[in-house]
Write a protein that binds this ligand. Sequence first.
Ligand SMILES: CC(C)(COP(=O)(O)OP(=O)(O)OC[C@H]1O[C@@H](n2cnc3c(N)ncnc32)[C@H](O)[C@@H]1OP(=O)(O)O)[C@@H](O)C(=O)NCCC(=O)NCCS
Length: 164
Amino acid sequence: MSSENANQQISVDLMKKEDLPEILAIERASFSAPWTEGMFLDELKTTHAQCLSIKVEREGKAYIAAYIIFWLVADEVHLHNLAVRSDFRRQGLACNMMNLMKDIAAQVGITRQTLEVRESNLGAINLYRKCGFVVKGKRPRYYTDTNEDALVMWAENEQEKNNG
Ligand SMILES: CC(C)(COP(=O)(O)OP(=O)(O)OC[C@H]1O[C@@H](n2cnc3c(N)ncnc32)[C@H](O)[C@@H]1OP(=O)(O)O)[C@@H](O)C(=O)NCCC(=O)NCCS
């Protein structure tokens, strides 16, 4: 994922410890129960975790605009975290990150993807539906800060449908 226009250049990179101050600022602005720095550091140490930062360079300055963390476990991808800085939303960044996750998984033969999302997070649910996910279940009171249910969503890519 890389693109350029007259004003900004977007690139994707492996998340690094140095990215965490900006990522934590996005995380805290995005979630009612944000991950801690320790949780991000644990993911960076986990061998089956893919941690990616999306960077935007504008007029010589680089910013973290978004990030995604997912696990490649057995024959499944588990989305663990995804957020876009508020001033970079509705520009297709999350959609691009979801496609990237699918492509990286496909490279190692993984076609099934799953995630959990708060029932009230309509923006994210719309995003996931647009990316081919469907609701397959519910985890009651999964989010302990609000006692909210989690929707469990799954997607299977074309390769599996064609083979199956
Ligand atoms: C949800 C989130 C990741 C979407 O990021 P984004 O880069 O703005 O999403 P995209 O621009 O790729 O949007 C793709 C589609 O998702 C849907 N969508 C995204 N944000 C939406 C919103 N606020 N309301 C309704 N639909 C939304 C739309 O269908 C959109 O397509 P459209 O712009 O053509 O209508 C972002 O709002 C965010 O970081 N939210 C806070 C953190 C969060 O909820 N993460 C997900 C946790 S499960």
